[in-house]
Design a protein around this ligand. Sequence first.
Ligand code: ATP
Ligand code: MG
Length: 547
Amino acid sequence: MDDKNKRINNNTSEAGTSLNFIEQIIREDIRVGKNDGRVHTRFPPEPNGYLHIGHAKAICLDFGSAEKFGGKCNLRFDDTNPIKEETEYVDSIKEDIHWLGFDWEDRVFHASDYFDRLYDFAIDLIKRGLAYVDDQGSEEIAKQKGTPTRPGQESPFRMRPLEENLDLFRRMKDGEFDEGSRVLRAKIDMASPNMHMRDPVIYRIIKRVHHQTGNKWMVYPMYDFAHGQCDYFEGITHSLCTLEFEVHRPLYDWLVDKLATGDYRPRQIEFNRLNLTYTVMSKRKLQELVESKLVDGWDDPRMPTISGLRRRGYTPESIRNFVKTIGYTKVEAINDFALLEHAVRDDLNIKVSRVFAVLDPVKLIITNYPDDKVEEMEIINNPEDEAMGSRKVPFSRELYIERDDFMEEPPNKFFRLGPDREVRLKGAYIIKCTALKKDKVSGEIREIYCTYDPDTKSGGPAANRKVKGTLHWVSAPHAFEAEVRLYDRLFNHEDPMGQKGHDFKDFLNPDSLQVLKNCKLEPSLSEAKPMDKFQFQRLGYFCVDKD
Ligand code: ATP
Ligand code: MG
């Protein structure tokens, strides 16, 4: 074939700069000069729990798209409900966002910062005949709501005179009435095909102390009444949220239209939420696990929380790469947990040192190696990255290897150690098993005896001699002892939430945590600090736990 005539197809768009559907909308909004071409997003967590990997998906989009277009992203705590929020959650949320690599600069806000303005707006709606106080309880209101195919019934209080509404709402605010006795509703359309437009409740009475505003308020705005308005007050241009809010969008727009004076409008755009197999994602469910002590706190390494993943050894990059891989669409989906695990292995593979750790040790004695000799073997830290250099690992007559790297009667395909078999000890010598010592009672192997071939060391005359198996090892007198914890999936069902007749906790995996004591680690690990990560050769990735 003539090389000059080859046809070559480009397989990515503009060298990887492809935009997700939301970023395409933003780019178009900028192009047509909407909101003066500004890009301003927000991340609006409710401080009622720790953030989870689903929130990471939202954070990467909110902060990431602002960054991409030279805009800004606010952090706004949705603290409209005084009952559930705690400062511990506020602090953890901030820590997790920073750890993921994003920053709100000086723009941290609370929905409660706007309680006065929201209240004024509610008064304004009443004055315009667009809101009324309903004296009915929630049950009666629900009964009158209708169904998606049948229109609702108008409340008997819908036509209440304006002055009476103003008076009652003020007295609700001042705490004159009991919780649940009255609400303020927007007057929209009880026959709307969208249930959210059927005179939604916008304020309710809650007699609680709020962590920001103290006991100033006895009425609190509903999420739907606060969210779009806060967006408006902050000059948000793109209000990105998950698909379940799609049906709220007409209400979002209706309220913002009533509030807006000029051309500026925030725009709500929805994307699919992150769901993962073998886990639960709702903060309420995660809290249940924490409170019933089924896990060791919000940052238990088995939890899908950002703090749990951090303690498990995930890096910010691995989480961001995972989020990039799954992308943003308008279709609900469930992603495989294995994809997340793949992302962290991919990242750590090139970043961390490969060290020797023997988790289930058995003693191995090299009978022809001098008793008092210690050699410092030069071991490369990571063959993927030369710049990571090498380290010295002591080798001596007595070593530990993994118990399951030895079999007394090995099958054909077993390429590890057995009687009269040879293996290479990684970075050291080829050894041959010559004898065994077993426990008289249990029959368990106590010691394995070997001889070594001095010519097979790196640089030696028989360095390239081939044997089938290579084992990791740790010098017994130099070993550093540690407790090692092996984690498995927290649930043993792919969809623990979706099983009729079952509580999600029925599917907790009883073997999700295995604690191994007296593991033997190479001595360099005695220097390791909390959050340091390693690959244990032939075993997997590990992270030093917090103190
Ligand atoms: P949960 O149901 O877990 O309590 P939430 O939606 O109530 O979650 P918020 O603190 O209100 O939690 O959420 C803050 C932001 O994070 C919202 O914009 C929400 O849409 C987004 N978010 C929450 N869960 C997910 C998820 N699983 N995938 C993507 N985004 C999410
Ligand atoms: Mg919520």
